[in-house]
Write a protein that binds this ligand. Sequence first.
Ligand code: 2AM
Length: 203
Amino acid sequence: MAATIRSFVAVELSDANREELAPHLEECARLAPGYRWVLPDSLHLTLRFLGHLELPALERVRRELQSVRASPFRLTLEGRGTFGSCSAPKVIWLGAGEGRDACRALAEAVEAACQAAGSAPETRGFRAHITLARQRKEGMRLPELPELPPLKPWTVEEFVLFESRLRGQPRYVALERYPLGSDGSNARASAAEEASGSTLKRE
Ligand code: 2AM
């Protein structure tokens, strides 16, 4: 069977907010061990989950993403939300405030690029969120959590194609970064790619 790579496209959280959230998430993990809390370095807002792709298919996606055109945009984070029941949710997340529509537009452009690369259309509706924790076992109740620290707005200037490695603690490896151009282009990514002539290779 051909090797596959589990991958997804996302916007990373700003470094300042990772630093703000790190002690908060540690405290949450202590209070709610029934949930797997995401490490600060791994926090992201998923634009498109690709799942397991064989290398040629991933290479097509990587190239098509270079045609996505979007301008940088300001993103603010609102409070926590949950998927699933309120008392024992499956997922705990941070919602996007200002910039939510820009995230949706970017996700739609990414979706179009993925389809142009041959991926089947995404059937799950898009909801801009940053997952903070996932329930380890169904029915685990969520205790009261401490208040969120103040989170700072930032400007999203790129999106990223990630490989997701699930052995042990999930680890996300950036395969390619796509800067958003001030003129609504990501020409820098294309230029860099043309200069290097790079293609994806399995380690
Ligand atoms: P989530 O934050 O909503 O859980 C990497 O695994 C990212 O891809 C996660 O952030 C996750 O989104 C998303 N993801 C994982 N499995 C998925 C699936 N089956 N369908 C859609 N998105 C998925």
